[in-house]
Design a protein around this ligand. Structure first.
Ligand code: CA
Length: 244
């Protein structure tokens, strides 16, 4: 996911940028409203500081919104309640207050993207992950090599969440918040049980790596391709097998 970060405060921008990179985001950083509006590379979400040196951040927010639907998350100082409200009225999708942690920002980004994505992907078919796994998010169905995999509802929710961004590190708190309860408080053993179930049921298609003290990272397995090469002598197309 590509983030356009608009922030003139260099230490804040650098630490946010480092944090986002660590979690697998791509970050383009600009420090003025003018640079934000003339930025030509594509991006998926904007993090917009309201206190900019050249223009009012709210004007930048309005201008970005007039151009299209790309989600905007406003960054504001804790005291600027009015700015936040006006920002939302001008089309911002959410806001974070300074000071904030990287994880909080990431949680906001993911929440905003979840709200936005159904609009844009509703008409496309199942999502394909590697050669073996497909997820039909509309029908909540998972197939491995064309065969439907029976998942418990929370197993499906967990898989759907972790596959939103393969390779990204998700904290336990983020996962619990997204999959179980908005205000989860307590042990997260149930998460480990569900991770174990997904590992077992989708063995060979995905790997869910535990990152000690943080959370989990889902990777799409490439091993499936290697096996195909061994069997077919290098063709390994692995396409739809038409199993019924
Ligand atoms: Ca600022």
């Amino acid at each position: 996911m590509r983030v356009l970060l608009v922030e003139d405060d260099e230490p804040v921008a650098q630490s946010l940028r480092r944090g986002l990179l660590r979690y697998g985001f791509e970050v383009a950083w600009v420090s003025t409203g003018g640079a934000a509006l003339s930025h030509t590379e594509p991006y998926d979400v904007v993090l917009l500081d309201l206190g900019l040196p050249d223009t009012d951040g709210l004007d930048v927010c309005r201008a970005l919104r007039e151009r299209g639907d790309i989600p905007i998350i406003v960054i504001s100082a804790r005291s600027d309640e009015t700015d936040r409200v006006v920002g939302l009225e001008l089309g911002a999708d959410d806001y974070v207050s300074k000071p904030f942690g990287v994880r909080e920002v990431i949680a906001r980004i993911r929440a905003v993207m979840r709200r936005v994505q159904p609009r844009t992907t509703a008409e496309s078919g199942p999502d394909r992950y590697g050669t073996r796994l497909t997820i039909d998010r509309k029908a909540a169905r998972v197939r491995l090599d064309g065969e439907e995999v029976a998942l418990a509802p929370k197993e499906y929710d967990l898989l759907a969440f972790l596959t939103e961004e393969p390779g990204a590190l998700m904290s336990r708190e983020q996962i619990m918040e997204a999959v179980w309860d908005a205000n989860w408080f307590g042990p997260t053993k149930t998460l480990d049980v569900h991770v174990a179930a997904l590992r077992r049921k989708l063995k060979g298609a995905i790997t869910i790596e535990a990152v000690r003290g943080v959370g989990f990272r889902l990777e799409i397995d490439k091993a499936a391709d290697k096996n195909a090469e061994k069997e077919t002598g290098g063709e390994g197309d692995g396409g739809g097998s038409g199993a019924s």
